[in-house]
Design a protein around this ligand. Structure first.
Ligand SMILES: [Zn+2]
Length: 149
């Protein structure tokens, strides 16, 4: 997963639109949380309501699945497990092989690797406010039936 500055054009979605017919051509699709260790990012302590809503998306609304797992490359005090697993309550999710998507208030699609949950919980990455608002509002991207996400 290459680094992308927040709120820049998603690198793959336009091609998906051409091939799969979704999202509709011309729909703005922007990246959130495509982090890399050589690029600084804003930080803040996340609140529980936001983490709850984000965890739900990662556990139940992941899209654009890949076959392999991408792990967090940010610095850790101890070596992380090969696959990033996060827990919330009784539920457990393996991160790093899908994205989550929400719709901003202005209609833009905002797509983040589902590792964004780990980035926020563990590294205190502060995503753009329009992403936080869309997650809390639970405006989830729902591709139409037949689109193989
Ligand atoms: Zn990490």
């Amino acid at each position: 997963m290459p680094y992308q500055q927040d709120l820049t054009t998603h690198p793959y979605l336009e091609a998906m639109s051409r091939v799969k017919g979704w999202p509709p051509p011309g729909t703005p699709a922007l990246t959130v949380g495509w982090l890399a260790p050589e690029h600084d990012f804003p930080t803040a302590l996340p609140d529980d309501a936001f983490l709850d809503a984000l965890f739900y998306l990662c556990a139940h609304r992941s899209i654009i699945r890949t076959r392999g797992f991408h792990n967090c490359l940010l610095p850790h005090a101890t070596r992380p497990a090969a696959i990033c697993v996060v827990r919330r309550g009784d539920e457990e999710v393996r991160l790093g092989s899908a994205e989550i998507g929400v719709v901003a208030a202005g209609g833009e699609l905002l797509l983040a690797p589902n590792l964004v949950f780990h980035y926020i919980e563990e590294h205190h990455y502060q995503p753009p406010a329009i992403f936080t608002e869309a997650v809390l509002a639970r405006r989830t991207i729902t591709p139409p039936a037949g689109v193989p996400f």
